[in-house]
Design a protein around this ligand. Structure first.
Ligand SMILES: *Cc1c(COP(=O)(O)O)cnc(C)c1O
Length: 417
């Protein structure tokens, strides 16, 4: 170790910087953890908000003896570490790993599987996930079977070489809800009977850790596109996964360092800043979405409404069991009378709901999946999953509820006339 005292004091500051964290095991509520987890006071300046650490490399006192815990920023970076600690705390996980996008997160999990492995996936998963499974995973010797409803169809789809079950709840864009503990139980029985080690990954992007913690319901890995609710301000593309398994975490961290799919320090910092208001944003979006869904349900120009918070939702009992306070989240989809033309006219008429892809931001967005996010899926397959030409998907933002309702009302009136 160096004898220069400034080295030693830097060293100890460095460590306190990284260890002054909220105790994850204490009883604070979600919002308190969201603000404080992974958010130490900077010991050298007293800054309440962590500095952005742009350095790609970190000094060493002797060869292979770094001064602190960092060596090179692909392997680990202070901003990424703090963000990961915050996500792990909110997902009630031991570990989290942040990546350069949600898609890179999916890719990392698939790349961790052996050649010849088999995946069983829910049917209406995110388009990019479907694309990765069918056009990339297969070229690396990993085959995927899609089933309509994992809780019902999983047992018949499992094979000796199955390594991963992929579940998205609520599904996109029809918002059907799957009972995670039911799926986890089927996998557990299969693993015990066959000596297998099939793992369950849940994409929790649509609800965020505020509404659902999949690991608490038996999932092995939880996955997010940070781009959506976690960052929440439509200005970062990123992904994160979380797990309680030492073995999975080691495997994923090793692979990420080898592949290099890491987020920039600034993006990690921004996503962490966004995460601090997750509970406020998701609660507000969910409250407005509930009112909008109820309004749409009774409107004569609307054929059907998909929203987990409605008592009429097919899996409402699972919603009540699985979601915090039975919250339905910020996403709604509905079918409008008048076909594709009406869907196009409506989504071009709203003033506060911007016609755009993506979701989970502070601003409200609206889109027509059949010709936008889900345009790449053949019509017959799309319609068998409920994605008709007249289906409209809404991401409810955090503007005032009354203003959003008024915007929907006015647009429906204009299109109906
Ligand atoms: C957006 C999204 C992804 C992909 O995330 P990117 O950050 O865009 O790569 C994965 N799953 C779901 C449910 C998504 O909405």
């Amino acid at each position: 170790m160096p004898t220069d005292p400034s080295f030693a004091s830097f060293h100890s500051n460095f460590f306190s910087y990284n260890t002054m964290t909220v105790d994850k095991t204490n009883n604070y509520g979600f919002g308190t953890h969201a603000i404080h987890a992974g958010a130490p006071i900077d010991p050298t300046t007293g800054a309440v908000i962590e500095p952005i650490s742009l350095s790609t490399t970190f000094a060493q006192s002797e060869p292979s003896k770094p001064l602190g815990i960092y060596e090179y920023s692909r392997s680990a970076n202070p901003n990424r570490d703090n963000f990961e600690l915050a996500v792990a705390t909110l997902e009630k996980a031991r570990y989290a790993l942040a990546l350069s996008s949600g898609s890179a997160t999916t890719a990392l999990i698939v790349q961790s599987l052996k050649i010849g492995s088999h995946i069983v996936s829910g049917g209406d998963v995110y388009g990019g996930t479907h694309r990765y499974f069918t056009q990339v995973g297969n070229t690396h010797g990993v085959e995927t079977t899609f089933v309509k409803d994992l809780a019902q169809d999983l047992e018949g789809a499992l094979r000796p070489e199955t390594a991963l079950v992929w579940l998205e709840t609520p599904s996109n864009p029809t918002l059907s809800v799957t009972d995670i503990s039911r799926v986890a139980e089927i996998i557990k029985q299969w693993n015990e009977k066959n000596g297998s080690s099939v793992i369950l990954a849940v994409d929790n992007t649509f609800l965020s850790p505020y509404i659902l913690n999949p690991l608490s319901h038996g999932a092995d890995v939880v996955v997010h596109s940070i781009t959506k609710y976690i960052n929440g301000h439509s200005d970062v593309v990123g992904g994160v996964l979380a797990t309680n398994s030492d073995e999975l975490h080691d495997r994923f961290r090793f692979l990420q360092n080898a592949i290099g799919s890491v987020p920039a320090p600034f993006d990690s910092w921004l996503a962490h800043r966004g995460l601090k208001t997750l509970h406020l944003r998701v609660r507000q979006a969910s409250t407005s979405a509930q009112k909008i869904a109820e309004y749409l349900s009774q409107h004569e120009a609307v054929l059907a409404v998909n929203y987990p918070g409605l008592k009429s939702h097919a899996n409402h009992a699972v919603v009540v069991k699985q979601h915090r306070d039975g919250l339905g989240g910020g996403m709604i989809s509905f079918r409008i009378k008048g076909g594709a033309a009406a869907a196009s006219a409506f989504t071009s008429t709203t003033k506060l709901f911007t016609l755009a892809e993506s979701l989970g931001g502070i601003e409200s967005l609206i889109e027509v999946p059949a010709v936008m996010t889900h345009g790449g899926i053949p019509k017959a397959e799309r319609e068998s999953n409920g994605v008709y030409d007249d289906l409209i998907r809404v991401s409810v933002g955090i503007e005032e509820t009354e203003d959003l309702l008024e915007d929907i009302k006015e647009a429906l009136e204009k299109v109906a006339n």
